[in-house]
Write a protein that binds this ligand. Structure first.
Ligand code: NAD
Ligand code: KPL
Length: 311
């Protein structure tokens, strides 16, 4: 299997939001070269006025003066971290595609499924790596991020051997990670977990732990998700799903799910890349999924009533 050489170790970060800033600051802290890719000159001026990117970790705030540039800067990109939301990823990557060097490494941090495949198809000159992250971060101000939850990052591309210089950089930056040949299983598993928990927390208006009061609904949904995943050839990702969902509900009982928080803060959700993806996959593979289709419909109605995008 061919390995693509990476000619520069500069990290370009597309999407200087929560997770993008968390990665950028840790890479910069380790002395690695990082560039933020900002939409336009106005964003670049705002960033410059702020004096850098702030990371808050364990109550300590540090400002990192990371270089930034606009999307149309001429510098070639050899290593790109795409940290936009799933619904923005394809368009954002298209806007810098002409800057991507042949064999560039492109890390895709998006939750759910669907956006990664769209990006892969749009940049055949690059080597895309999928990332499934359980780390938690949120923005407390523009260009300021709070590291809110320790977690882990699984990386893989489904075929090649681990690119060692990439993993060395993550090691240096203290970003917890492991290369896995089973990245698609991981992404499907997280997708299923998110589908079993997140929409119900939105519709019941509750914390994850309060889903204990809806145990039958959760169990039925898990059964259906197992059937869909199995029908889609993802049996490994379906194994023991219900037990893991129950475990996550307990472990995160006091938390609000990411989708709950998006809706509560009037932000667009990633529904199309979570429930939407699963429902479409079920249809494609002729697997009956009445509960998931009904849940999707209820969520779409809920978002519409709230005046939020429902896709
Ligand atoms: P975010 O909204 O905080 O950040 C996304 C950033 O991308 C924003 O700053 C936005 O302005 C920027 N952006 C969008 N389009 C752009 C473009 N064309 N050019 C330049 N910048 C652009 O999102 P996030 O919370 O960091 O999430 C990113 C992805 O990571 C999502 O898929 C999310 O589900 C996943 N994820 C997030 C967390 C977390 O704790 N935040 C954890 C695990 C997974
Ligand atoms: O990943 C999550 C989220 O809130 O998005 C958990 C905590 C697993 C709930 O689905």
């Amino acid at each position: 299997m061919a390995q693509f050489p990476v000619k520069s170790s500069v990290w370009h970060i597309l999407g200087a939001g929560s997770l993008g800033s968390l990665w950028a600051t840790r890479l910069a802290r380790a002395g690695l070269p990082v560039r933020l890719l900002l939409r336009d000159q106005t964003r670049l001026d705002t960033y410059t006025a702020k004096g850098g990117l702030t990371l808050s970790e364990q109550g300590q705030r540090h400002v990192f003066q990371i270089s930034a540039q606009t999307l149309d800067d001429p510098e070639p990109i050899h290593r790109l971290l795409v940290a936009c939301k799933a619904y923005d990823a394809e368009r954002a990557v298209a806007s810098i595609a002409s800057r991507l060097a042949t064999g560039a490494q492109v890390l895709l941090l998006q939750n759910g499924l669907g956006s990664q495949q769209a990006v892969v198809e749009s940049i055949s000159q690059a080597h895309c790596v999928f990332v499934s992250s359980t780390e938690g971060a949120f923005r407390d101000d523009d260009f300021s991020v709070v590291f809110a939850g320790q977690g882990f990052n699984w990386l893989g591309d489904g075929q090649q051997k681990a690119p060692s210089e990439l993993l060395t950089a993550l090691e240096q930056a203290g970003i917890p990670h492991e290369w896995t040949p089973d990245i698609l299983d991981r992404l499907w598993r997280k997708l299923a977990l998110n589908c079993a928990v997140n929409p119900l927390t939105v519709l019941h208006g509750c914390r994850n732990g309060e889903l204990r009061a809806h145990a039958d609904e959760v169990a039925a949904l898990c059964d259906e998700l197992v059937a869909v995943l199995t029908g889609c050839g993802q049996a490994a990702a379906a194994e023991g799903l219900h037990a893991e969902v129950s475990r996550v509900i307990e472990a995160t009982a006091a938390n609000y799910s990411s989708m709950y928080q998006d809706v509560a803060q009037g932000r667009r959700t990633e529904i199309s890349y979570l429930l939407g993806y699963v429902c479409d996959a079920a249809e494609l593979h002729n697997v009956d999924a009445p509960l998931l289709h009904d849940l999707r419909q209820q969520l779409v109605s809920h978002l519409t009533v709230k005046g939020l995008p429902n896709d």
